[in-house]
Write a protein that binds this ligand. Structure first.
Ligand code: SF4
Length: 222
């Protein structure tokens, strides 16, 4: 019974290759303000903000970086203070010891290997201490050179509900998405999923009746 219902839902909406473009277009029209919520003015500030955003909210990071970025401008500045001082300055983002260690390691490598500049290539970004694939994907996308698709909790949930993937593991989900999403949309796709996830397709109570892609979604309840 459940199986035939799923089958029927898939038949109703059509194959994902036909749905992906209209889904992106409609969500882009609906969430025109969908963009990264972190506040930054330079590539270095972007990298620091994304590194600090692990396990906390963007609002919280912005609150901390508002002061942090008045004090730390260049990679050298993060190395000029004792580690404990940097820990205090980022304390409110949580996991402050590990984050301070990663920040200092990253700044050291930026100076030693990248002339103090933030690299844009994913392979280079993931070499920086404490920079995982998700962080690297966010940074390279914001720098205008997305080389993958950011998969966070919203991207994962919505991609599964829209049946763009059946995978659970973020790396496998990303692999499915890069095959499906047009390359020109790799940067904005996660933002659209994130904002739609926050505003409409809630984890517990999706508001399918108000969803602009409900006729394209096999999980729609309307
Ligand atoms: S129809 Fe419902 S489940 Fe599908 S994307 Fe919209 S809100 Fe989410």
């Amino acid at each position: 019974m459940a199986k035939s219902y799923v089958h029927e839902a898939r038949r109703r909406v059509g194959p994902k290759r036909q749905r992906i473009r209209p889904v992106i277009e409609r969500l882009a029209a609906e969430h025109q303000d969908a963009a990264i919520a972190l506040k930054f003015r330079s590539e270095l500030e972007l990298l620091v903000s994304v590194m600090l955003s692990a396990q906390t909210t963007d609002v919280n990071v912005n609150r901390v970086t508002e002061h942090l970025f008045q004090k730390y401008h260049r990679p050298e500045d993060y190395l000029a203070v004792p580690q404990e001082e940097l820990e205090r300055d980022i304390y409110a983002t949580g996991f402050f010891r590990q984050k301070a260690k990663s920040l200092r390691g990253t700044m050291r490598m930026l100076l030693e290997e990248f002339d103090g500049e933030v690299p844009t290539r994913l392979e280079e970004l993931i070499r920086l201490p404490g920079v995982a694939r998700k962080t690297a994907n966010v940074v390279s996308a914001e720098l205008g050179e997305p080389q993958g698709i950011v998969v966070d909790t919203h991207v994962r949930r919505l991609s599964q509900r829209l049946r763009f993937t059946r995978q659970e593991d973020p790396v496998k989900i990303e692999r499915d998405l890069v095959r499906l999403v047009p390359r020109a949309d790799w940067g904005r796709f996660p933002h659209l999923m994130i904002w739609h996830g926050r505003r409409v397709c809630d984890a517990r109570r999706p508001r399918c009746e108000d969803c602009v892609v409900n006729d394209l979604c096999p999980s729609s309840r309307v």
